[in-house]
Every structure is written in structure tokens, then in C-alpha cells.
Design a protein around this ligand. Structure first.
Ligand code: BG6
Length: 485
């Protein structure tokens, strides 16, 4: 993309997200040659920093050869400014115009990507400042292909109403096609493979529905607690933190119908449609948990930033139903928890038992598994003949493990890919407003009931599988724990 003069403005440049995710992703793209030569990355924040201060802060977070890191850092500069008012943004605009005016080639496209690495509470004021001060590009470069895009990240509100309010205030400033709402799970390799696999192969569609599928589990597990983020986490809880966004997005990819085309809006139309078919989550079909001190390990409530006696769930399992022809009656169990026995994110589709099976295959259920992390893999648990003289059967896998099949291939970080998509103007892997609304509609009634105390989290040990009631919920959903393999 050499025909572009690109400026990425990282607002909140001195914060955690910027140094841990945004800049490293930008550097990785730069290093792999995905960013144009005419690039500048402008950091913006309230702290009094010089360009050099920012560079030395970032350096430790960028992985690669010193030379290439230094070259990248040379294109990074810093502007100090407030998030409210217009003064800071006027200064930013001057800098942007000056840079764009210096362009050697007037036929270049001018692109400005504003990355809000900031809490959503300041989105409205930042977007107002940007809209009124930083959207006029250099007139001399008046090219209809010039663009301005804004990247924002969750939490988008705490429920349907607050999310709509935020969406209204941003929507009054920027049209939907300039707003890129990140859900970083959509940037994961296997999440992106789901549509390809489902719609580029003949055989999935024949069994991808209620006649063959017994239940679907979408699981997110972490083997560490909230670790210093307790105060932040406590305002949200695991449903708002992970399930309403990351897991529901995976559900949409699993359950959506084939889109009319690969146009980002056709894909998002289908995702929204399937989300709108989901009945709101209920208290009866939900289990909550909170991890407690175990051995020497402090529990959630021992975190000094967590309010004493907090009832915020750090674990939740919740069964949802998609009310359409393909999925009617198939339970989708979304399960997420912190401080569990392992770190894992996967989609597990369990098929119905083989009718009138000729072989001893009791408890051996076919399962189609997509593991997003760790170690990307897609495998199908399959009954096979045990090699040897007997006709014994056993459970095995048809296995596509990325470490074996794609050994040595770089699998990009979610943020890397999503930032590149935003630069390319591809909104496919970003959450559209109506999609977000549909996702909130599923969880808002339940969340309000939980907030009012209708469901209390059950204690669970750190390093355990979570509360035992979650297994009972899975069993009710028809999940049969299969033979070990
Ligand atoms: C974030 C959540 O969105 O996703 C965190 O706020 C969680 O609580 C994180 O730890 C998990 O992301 P990943 O990519 O490490 O699975």
C-alpha cells in the first residue's frame, strides 16, 4: 500500500492497552511490511512526555531486532493534550495537516486511523474533539479515496440501554462505516477460519443442524484470576467481560446462515439475524461462580481493589437457544471463568449418538472441536477400529493441529490482523451497531436480575473446573462426557 500517507493516532498512548497491544501490533505489521512507507504513528495522551520518553517506554514491549524496532520508533511521535475541550485536538490537527502537506506525491490517499486505547467513558468527548477538529484533511490532497476511521473497544456500555446511549453519541459524530468496534476474538485465527470452513466445504452443511447435533459448548477458561484488574472487573463481571461479546460472537459464527456474499455487511447481516433468533438468557439456565482463596492463593474477594462482599461472578455458564429451523431445541452452553484449571478457548459441537450402532460405541460421541487457544486445532472425535487382530473400537481424532500442519507459519495476533483490516477498510471482523444491540438484548434481562440479586455466585476453588452445578447444567443440555482419548 505505497500509495497511501497513513497516520495512526493512538489516543491513550501512555496507557496499558497502548503499550501492551496497540503499539506491538503496529510494530508487528510494520516489521512484516504491511504498513506503507509513508507512515507516522502519533501518540496522544495527557501525560507530559517527550517523543523520546514515549519511545523508551514502548521499547521493552516490542519484540524483534533492535534495528527494525528503532526504525519503527523513529516514526512514532507524541502530542500532549486533554481529552475534553478542543485545544489538544487543534494542536493534533496542526501536526496532522503539516505532515500531510509535506507529502511528496499529491496523488497519494490520505488515511487517518484514530485508535482509542481509552476507557469508553471518555469516548464521547474524544470523538467530539476529533470530529470537530481533526476531520478536515489537507485540502491540497482532496482525494475522494481519503479516509478517516475510528477504532473503539469494549466495554460498550453495561446493558442494552447504556450501550445504545453510547452508540447514539458516537453515531451522531461518525457514520457507522467509520466506526470500527473491536472484539478481539474476531481477530483470532480460528474464529476467522469458521466461515471459510463452514461455507467453502460441502460436507459440513449436511450435518450442521438440529437433526445431527445434540449440543454446542463454547468455552473460555483462564488459569489465573483478575490479578490487579479486580477493581475494573468488578464493575462488569464475567458475563459482560467475556460472554456477551467474545463468546456470543463465536456462537454467531457457528450458528449463522450462509451470507449472500462475502461483503462485510452481508456477513454481519447474517450474524445479526441469528443473534436476533436467540431467546433471552434466563436465571434458570444460568450458573454463576466466584473463586475463593485456595491454599496460599488469594480469592477474588481478597483483591484489595474488589469491594468487600462483592457478588460479582468470575464464572458463568449459561444455556441459550436459537429459535430457527436449523437450531431449534439445540442447547448452546456458553461457559467462561477465571482462575480455573487451565487456559483454553474452544467450540465443541457434540453430535447425537449413532443410531443402531453395530459397534460397541457407548459413550463414544462424535465431537467436532475448534480450539482457538492454546495451540490452534480443529479435530473430529471419531470412532475407529483399534489397530490389531481384534475388531475392537476406540475413540480417535481426525486432526488438524496447526503446530503440525502449519509448523513455522506465523499466526498473527488478533490485534495485528484487526488493525490491518481497519487500514484496509474491511469491517467484516468488527461488530456492527445492530449486532451489538442484538447481543445485549440476549443478556440484559438476565444481567438486571443478577444485579438485583436473583442469582448468587457459588464459591469454587482456584484451579478447579468451576462450580459443580455447571456440570449439571451441561448434563441437562445433553452433553455426554465422552470416552477419553
Ligand atoms: C478480554 C477480557 O476482553 O479478554 C479479559 O476483558 C480476558 O478479562 C481477555 O482475560 C482474554 O483474551 P485472550 O485473547 O487472552 O483470550
Amino acid at each position: 500500500p505505497s500509495g497511501i500517507c497513513l497516520t495512526v493516532v493512538v489516543l491513550g498512548a501512555s496507557g496499558d492497552l497502548a503499550k501492551k497491544k496497540t503499539y506491538p501490533a503496529l510494530y508487528a505489521l510494520y516489521h512484516r511490511g504491511f504498513l506503507p512507507p509513508n507512515l507516522r504513528v502519533v501518540g496522544y495522551a495527557r501525560s507530559a512526555l517527550t517523543d523520546e520518553d514515549l519511545r523508551s517506554r514502548l521499547k521493552g514491549f516490542l519484540k524483534g531486532e533492535e534495528d527494525s524496532i528503532d526504525k519503527f520508533l523513529a516514526s512514532c511521535s507524541y502530542v500532549r493534550g486533554e481529552y475534553n475541550g478542543s485545544e489538544g485536538y487543534e494542536k493534533l490537527q496542526e501536526i496532522l495537516l503539516q505532515r500531510e502537506g509535506e507529502m511528496m506525491c499529491p496523488s497519494q490517499i490520505v488515511g487517518r486511523l484514530f485508535y482509542l486505547a481509552l476507557p469508553p467513558s471518555v469516548y464521547p468527548q474524544v470523538c467530539t474533539g476529533l470530529r470537530h477538529n481533526c476531520t478536515d484533511l489537507d485540502n491540497a490532497a482532496d482525494n475522494p479515496k481519503n479516509w478517516i476511521r475510528i477504532i473503539v473497544e469494549k466495554p460498550f456500555g453495561k446493558d442494552l440501554q447504556s450501550s445504545e446511549q453510547l452508540a447514539d453519541s458516537l453515531g451522531a459524530l461518525f457514520p457507522e462505516d467509520q466506526l470500527y468496534r473491536i472484539d478481539h476474538y474476531l481477530g483470532k485465527e480460528l474464529a476467522q477460519n469458521m466461515t471459510v470452513m463452514r461455507f467453502a466445504n460441502t460436507f459440513y452443511n449436511s450435518w450442521w443442524h438440529r437433526d445431527y447435533i445434540s449440543n454446542v459448548q463454547i468455552t473460555f477458561k483462564e488459569n489465573f484470576g483478575t490479578q490487579g484488574r479486580g477493581g475494573y472487573f468488578d464493575q462488569f463481571g464475567i458475563i459482560r467481560d467475556v460472554i456477551q461479546n467474545h463468546l456470543i460472537q463465536l456462537l454467531a459464527l457457528v450458528a449463522m446462515e450462509k451470507p449472500v456474499s462475502l461483503h462485510p455487511d452481508d456477513i454481519r447481516d447474517e450474524k445479526t439475524r441469528v443473534l436476533r433468533c436467540i431467546a433471552p438468557a434466563t436465571v434458570e439456565d444460568t450458573v454463576l461462580g466466584q473463586y475463593v482463596a485456595t491454599g496460599d492463593e488469594p480469592g477474588y474477594l481478597d483483591d484489595p481493589t474488589v469491594p468487600p462482599g462483592s457478588k460479582t461472578p468470575t464464572f458463568a455458564a449459561c444455556t441459550l437457544y436459537v429459535r430457527n429451523d436449523r437450531w431449534y431445541g439445540v442447547p448452546f452452553v456458553l461457559k467462561a471463568g477465571k482462575a480455573l484449571n487451565e487456559r483454553k478457548a474452544e467450540v465443541r459441537i457434540q453430535l447425537k449418538p449413532t443410531p443402531a450402532s453395530l459397534y460397541l460405541s457407548e459413550g463414544m460421541r462424535n465431537e467436532f472441536v475448534m480450539r482457538l487457544q492454546p495451540g490452534e486445532a480443529i479435530y473430529m472425535k471419531t470412532v475407529v477400529k483399534k489397530p490389531g487382530l481384534e475388531m475392537d473400537t476406540e475413540m480417535s481424532e481426525l486432526d488438524l493441529s496447526y503446530t503440525k500442519r502449519y509448523s513455522g507459519v506465523h499466526i498473527p495476533e488478533a490485534y495485528e490482523r484487526l488493525i490491518l483490516d481497519a487500514i484496509r477498510g474491511d469491517q467484516q471482523h468488527f461488530v456492527r451497531r445492530d449486532e451489538l444491540r442484538a447481543a445485549w438484548a440476549i443478556f440484559t434481562p438476565l444481567l438486571h436480575q443478577i444485579d438485583e440479586g436473583a442469582l448468587t455466585p457459588e464459591p469454587y476453588d482456584i484451579g478447579s473446573r468451576g462450580p459443580a452445578s455447571a456440570d449439571a447444567l451441561l448434563a441437562r443440555a445433553g452433553f455426554e462426557k465422552g470416552a477419553k482419548y
